[in-house]
Write a protein that binds this ligand. Structure first.
Ligand SMILES: Cc1cc2nc3c(=O)[nH]c(=O)nc-3n(C[C@H](O)[C@H](O)[C@H](O)COP(=O)(O)OP(=O)(O)OC[C@H]3O[C@@H](n4cnc5c(N)ncnc54)[C@H](O)[C@@H]3O)c2cc1C
Length: 302
């Protein structure tokens, strides 16, 4: 089931690490950053709840301030990596406020803490994510990242980092399909040619958006709507790619890995299912368009 997975320190290096660097205490920096850099630890992202997904500010999991520690109670949904990561990057409510995002704090929680229970949820692509339950989990005050009740802003920084997508996987998938078309002598089919040419253009535009994000990071600027553009474009091009593969390969494209009838050993049968989650994780395409409209084009918030 896990043959395609190699996620270690993805969240640590790419999302939590940069925010620990900018917002964490000296102790947190010394404790986590060297181990992230060595690839020794991983974090699970704990934002989504049964009633808080796109609208993350409406999260309700409660962290009660007890002075030298907090007591956390509630549940999270779709928290990938929680079953193997060492730490939780957890958004929890520390105040009832209007607007609601001003009462959220960010914690780094040891996933071995007593009172944390994890149930698996399997995606259509065969990946594991989790529902996680906090039964009065005691968390030391030192686990608080930055200031209490400022966590939403830190989470938004981490999310901007999370949306900076790479184009390498998409490019590799495209070239596999292209090689298949050439090997099967399907290259004269006008429809296939048109679709492959369109994909080549789209992938090149995604690559340029990725380079722009890298260029901004090099200048200590955090891509925001630029990261949303990149995330949305990469996930939507992947949909075009898997749909094109299905059309070019025909009914055999649905045959699973392991069968002698499966083109490319079922690669696109799996990617067709697995790529769906990319439209949802890290924010849906609708949310990306809202961010681009509001922050990039300065259109009013709705
Ligand atoms: C496989 C997988 C792994 C995940 N891993 C993690 C993880 O590790 N950690 C974590 O915290 N979360 C994780 N998530 C959760 C993910 O971030 C949320 O599912 C996502 O943000 C959408 O939230 P929701 O599912 O509650 O959908 P909703 O927010 O209920 O959205 C439902 C639909 O309404 C649309 N919609 C919502 N609001 C608006 C709006 N304002 N304007 C226009 N359309 C709107 C959405 O686009 C969507 O189509 C994961 C999800 C999946 C599927």
């Amino acid at each position: 089931m896990h043959q395609f997975l190699n996620w270690f320190s993805t969240v640590g290096a790419g999302m939590a690490g940069p925010v620990i660097l900018s917002r964490g205490s000296e102790t947190q920096k010394q404790n986590y950053l060297p181990r992230i850099a060595r690839g020794e630890i991983e974090f699970a992202l704990g934002y989504t709840e049964p009633n808080a997904g796109s609208d993350m500010a409406s999260l309700v999991i409660h962290a009660e301030d007890k002075g030298d520690h907090f007591i956390i109670a509630g549940s999270k949904l779709f928290n990938t990596r929680a079953h193997f990561a060492q730490y939780y990057w957890l958004g929890a409510r520390t105040a009832e406020t209007t607007p609601s995002h001003k009462g959220i704090s960010l914690f780094i929680v040891d996933l071995k803490s007593p009172g944390i229970n994890i149930d698996p949820i399997w995606t259509v692509g065969g990946r594991r994510t989790n529902a996680v339950y906090f039964d009065n989990v005691r968390v030391p005050r030192a686990a608080l990242v930055g200031e209490k009740n400022r966590g939403f802003y830190y989470i938004m920084e981490a999310v901007d980092h999370e949306r900076i997508s790479t184009v390498g996987g998409l490019t590799r998938d495209f070239h596999q399909l292209l090689e298949y078309v050439k090997a099967q002598r399907l290259g004269q089919n006008p429809l296939s040619r048109q679709k492959l040419a369109e994909l080549a253009i789209e992938i090149e535009s995604a690559r340029l958006l990725a380079l722009r994000a890298a260029w901004m990071l090099d200048r200590n600027q955090l891509p925001n709507y630029e990261a949303a553009m990149l995330k949305m474009v990469v996930s939507e091009i992947e949909q075009q790619l898997v749909n094109t593969a299905m059309q070019i390969m025909g009914p055999r494209a649905q045959v699973k890995k392991g069968s002698k009838w499966a083109p490319l050993n079922g690669k696109f049968e799996w990617r067709y299912r697995d790529s769906l989650e990319e439209l949802v994780t890290r924010g849906t395409s609708e949310i990306m368009r809202n961010i681009i409209a509001q922050r990039g084009l300065k259109l009013p918030r709705i």
